[in-house]
Design a protein around this ligand. Structure first.
Ligand code: GLA
Length: 348
């Protein structure tokens, strides 16, 4: 078994399909070359030492007794959660000395936490001399995020970070009971995805995300389906007058967002000219704003601002929401001018 190892994982761009993943729905994602790197070696002293170059912070815990960290050290939980999950699979080390680096920005809506989890699982597997299939990596990482880090995120980010091939293709993911393979789709020619930081803080552990999850569960129960991804438009219309208006709004977002993803997938796989892609991104944002209520004033302002710039086809919030990133689909020729006029930092 090697004494040192290094591994990496890339983030993902959520192109369309907001909060549909844990509802058993549809999502379109694209890879980003920005990544997290985990490198280090075993040690014999029963301690795990972790240094984040990006944050300039270090933590040290006892291997036998560590618990989730709190306050400014919570970033380390995505690593420690993966260590604990791998221990349950028999991948155990006496101690570890590890450095985390890379260019994927943290908490910016590009799945940095899941990418750290995936890079950690790959690193531990390499150090132990075992191979783990991408879907299993995703399952381990989601369990680590949910159970150890205490963040109730869905399957989208772990699966994307563990499975998306590098390159220009977009991917269609179906989280419904059909359990389909990832379907690669050609990215629309002549267009680019840009991601901007709205400046508003995004923290999935803050409670808003968890609240939306439970509202979706309550809405599914009220409509009589296992998950909102299974709710048809007809079934929605039949029951909506009996449903609490807030739950109906949440359900409407999921039903229509799935329809939008299905439409765009059809456009891409059948090579129909992508004339309306931008409109679907814009509609997704309005649905997040009005029905799912997971936008923020900073993101709304940025979306409106970007949509008015020449060559921008559409824009929407991307990722968990409540602050964080905004995505824009733009013509290649205007990438530089849009970047300049956006008035906020561009991340991708
Ligand atoms: C976060 C979560 C994902 C997904 C998105 C919203 O990125 O980690 O599981 O729910 O928000 O689509």
């Amino acid at each position: 078994m090697p004494s040192r190892a290094a591994a990496a994982a890339s983030g993902r761009i959520e192109v369309l399909g907001n909060h549909t993943d844990y509802n058993g729905g549809l999502v379109l994602v694209a890879p980003t070359p920005l990544r997290v790197e985990v490198a280090g070696e075993r040690s014999d002293d029963g301690r795990i030492r972790l240094h984040s170059e990006r944050l300039g912070r270090s933590v040290e815990v006892e291997r036998e007794t560590f618990d989730p960290l709190t306050g400014e050290d919570t970033w380390a939980n995505y690593f420690l959660g993966a260590v604990e999950a791998m221990e349950q699979l028999g991948v155990v080390f006496s101690g570890l000395d590890v450095r985390i680096s890379g260019d994927l920005p943290l908490g910016a809506g590009l799945a940095s936490s899941a990418a750290l989890g995936v890079a950690t699982v790959r690193f531990l597997a390499a150090l132990h001399g075992v191979e783990i299939a991408p879907r299993d990596v995703a399952t381990i990482v989601q369990a680590a995020e949910n159970d150890f880090a205490g963040v109730p995120c869905g399957p989208l980010d772990p699966l994307s970070c563990a499975s998306l091939p590098d390159g220009a293709s977009w991917a269609f993911l179906d989280f419904g009971p059909r359990e389909t393979e990832i379907e690669l789709l050609p990215a629309p020619a002549g267009l680019r995805l840009l991601v901007f930081d709205s400046g508003a803080r995004h923290d999935l552990a803050a409670g808003d995300y968890a609240r939306r999850r439970s509202e979706c569960e309550a809405a599914a129960a009220a409509f009589g389906v296992a998950k909102l991804g299974a709710l048809t438009l007809g079934a929605f219309e039949q029951k909506v007058t009996e449903i609490d208006p807030l739950l109906a709004r949440r359900a409407w977002h999921i039903v229509t967002e799935n329809a939008r993803v299905g439409f765009v997938r059809g456009v891409l796989r059948n090579a129909i000219p992508p004339a309306m892609l931008g409109e679907y991104l814009g509609l997704s944002h309005l649905s997040s704003l009005d029905y799912f209520e997971n936008s923020s004033p900073e993101q709304d302002h940025l979306v409106e601002h970007l949509m008015l710039l020449p060559g921008v086809l559409g824009a929407r919030l991307t990722g968990g929401g409540f602050g964080g990133a905004v995505l824009a689909l733009v013509e290649e020729a205007v990438v530089d001018s849009v970047t300049e006029k956006a008035e906020v930092p561009r991340i991708v």
